[in-house]
Design a protein. Structure first.
Length: 261
């Protein structure tokens, strides 16, 4: 049907986890939220604001991602924190390896204002993220997923798989192209006479799982040949196509997965 191998790119445990994850998100947010989600793409139509790798540009991106994910921008603060890799590049001529540390943070607490309790939610991103708007959108989407699930008290932060579920939420809400494409990326750099490369990993799901999750997303929405697939990276697009071929061969359902978390 799709011209690709029908061999599934993920193991059965991962497949069942994605299937169960969609059911859990449907219970928390409703199926209509997924069906009506606008698929957000790295295009001028979705992000028309000029980007200058500074805080004001990050704020413009943040506002748009908040809008796409239906988060009230006024309820969340955006902050930027220092990135140790900036200094590392100056010290090591050929820096490479995992980026290390977290790309973003979400904090949530309460304060008193008379008889009222005020929710204080903050999304913070590493300074280096401002230089890569694609990765920045993925990071913001993940942290806003925490705003929805944890800030909205839909999920207990002690849930064992709440971080992977937050990544899956970005797929469920239409921002999965950015999350999947940023799951594993090679980056080259050159400055002050130094040159090198780094392998950047973002998020908690590997590309193969994103490929299956995006295929699940498309099937659930009745999208036979979605135009957004062309925006996926080569690896993720291959995993997506193999997953669609497997689903076409094996039918929409699959044994009921075991509960997770």
């Amino acid at each position: 049907m799709f011209g690709f191998s029908s061999k599934l790119p993920v193991g059965d445990d991962d497949r069942q986890w994605v299937e169960d994850g969609f059911k859990r998100l449907e219970r928390m947010l409703g199926r209509r939220r997924m069906l009506d989600a606008e698929v957000v793409l790295p295009t001028a139509e979705c992000f028309p604001d000029p980007y200058s790798k500074d805080l004001s540009s990050a704020e413009a991106l943040f506002q748009r991602v908040c809008s796409y994910m239906r988060v009230d921008r006024r309820a969340v603060e955006l902050e930027v924190f220092a990135d140790e890799s900036d200094e590392l590049r100056k010290l090591v001529p050929y820096w490479r390896g995992n980026s290390g540390g977290c790309a973003g943070l979400f904090t949530h607490d309460q304060s008193a204002d008379g008889d009222k309790r005020i929710e204080n939610m903050v999304v913070a991103v590493r300074k280096s993220q401002l230089g890569d708007p694609l990765a920045l959108v993925a990071t913001l989407a993940h942290e806003l997923g925490h705003v929805i699930l944890l800030g909205g008290k839909l999920m207990d932060p002690k849930t064992a798989d709440h971080e992977p579920m937050t990544d899956l939420l970005t797929v469920y809400l239409g921002v999965g192209v950015f999350s999947a494409n940023s799951a594993a990326r090679f980056k080259q750099y050159q400055d002050d006479g130094y040159a090198g490369w780094s392998m950047q990993h973002l998020g908690y799901l590997p590309e193969e799982v994103y490929g299956y999750a995006l295929a699940k997303f498309a099937v659930e929405r009745g999208e036979e040949k979605p135009a957004w697939v062309k925006h996926l990276s080569t690896n993720v697009r291959s995993y997506y196509s193999r997953s669609r071929a497997w689903m076409a061969k094996n039918g929409p359902l699959i044994p009921t997965p075991k509960p997770i978390g």
